[in-house]
Design a protein around this ligand. Structure first.
Ligand SMILES: NC(=O)c1ccc[n+]([C@@H]2O[C@H](COP(=O)([O-])OP(=O)(O)OC[C@H]3O[C@@H](n4cnc5c(N)ncnc54)[C@H](OP(=O)(O)O)[C@@H]3O)[C@@H](O)[C@H]2O)c1
Length: 247
């Protein structure tokens, strides 16, 4: 089903590791042009060099998604270099779990800034181009935590519930422009996400839960599935987990 992937210009935020990196690798192998944003410029450039050496088309732009102008530059670079933006994967995120009573306000602010505002800035950057093109696909990353709240995950879950709400509102509003919208809600996937937990005891507990986490390639395949559908088919929401995940 790679016919609707080849030749597409795909912007990916949070492409320096985990789900974003795996998706960049898979889509590039299937003939997409990938435009990659994250803060760690060295990791992004190494990935671009690898994809280019394999015959792919890729561009890296250091991007902090909490800065609206930087996200705009990332999407504009895709349009300037490759003529259009077909897909944006608003993927950058972090998950510093902790009980509310520990008052980790800096962590709360970072989650709101990256997980919610970063997604909004991605939408703001891509939407005018896609409206003009009368085509496009906006893919946002929520989580199982966008569906379920547990002690210690309240703020992260709130940000991922917000991504679900934004995605549903967006879905309804962009119909006149022939733009597709997808929100993906993964369960535990083996990435660097747990490293964003700042409380050592919580990090240890979450690492144990993540022993059954699945490969980021599973996420990349889900993105490819949504993209590869014919243009008149809009995969709006996918929730998936490791087979062994109870929550
Ligand atoms: N892994 C899971 O189990 C899981 C489950 C459900 C949902 N998710 C969601 O999946 C997404 C990707 O996470 P992951 O699991 O792949 O974790 P990861 O390996 O830690 O990757 C997170 C990515 O986000 C980027 N990022 C963080 N802050 C950023 C900022 N201010 N500006 C730009 N990029 C930023 C990081 O790049 P830099 O540090 O280089 O900026 C990195 O590329 C997140 O939204 C996460 O909530 C993950």
């Amino acid at each position: 089903m790679s016919h609707n992937i080849e030749g597409k210009v795909v912007v990916i935020t949070g492409a320096s590791s985990g789900l974003g990196e795996a998706t960049a690798r898979l889509l590039s192998a299937q003939g997409a042009t990938v435009v990659l944003g994250a803060r760690r410029a060295d990791r992004l450039q190494a990935l671009v060099d690898t994809l280019t050496a394999q015959g792919g088309k890729a561009l890296a732009l250091p991007t902090d998604v909490t800065q609206c102008a930087q996200v705009q530059c990332l999407v504009d670079a895709a349009v300037e270099q490759f003529g259009r933006v077909d897909v944006i994967l608003n993927n950058a995120g972090l998950m510093p779990h902790s009980p509310l009573e520990r008052l980790k306000i800096t962590d709360w602010d970072r989650m709101i800034d990256v997980n919610i505002k970063g997604v909004l800035y991605g939408i703001a950057a891509a939407l005018p181009h896609m409206q003009r093109q009368k085509s496009g696909h906006i893919i946002n990353v929520s989580s199982v935590a966008g569906h379920k709240v547990r002690p210690g995950s309240a703020v992260y879950a709130a940000t991922k519930h917000a991504v679900l709400a934004l995605s549903e509102g967006l879905r309804q509003e962009v119909k006149p422009y022939n733009i597709r919208t997808t929100v993906l809600s993964p369960g535990a996937v083996q990435t660097e996400l747990v490293d964003s937990i700042t409380e050592p005891d919580i990090a240890t507990a979450v690492r144990q839960i993540y022993e059954m986490a699945i490969s980021p390639d599973a996420f990349a395949r889900v993105v490819a599935f949504a993209m590869a559908q014919p243009d008149d088919v809009d995969i709006n929401e996918i929730l998936f987990r490791p087979t062994r995940q109870e929550l």
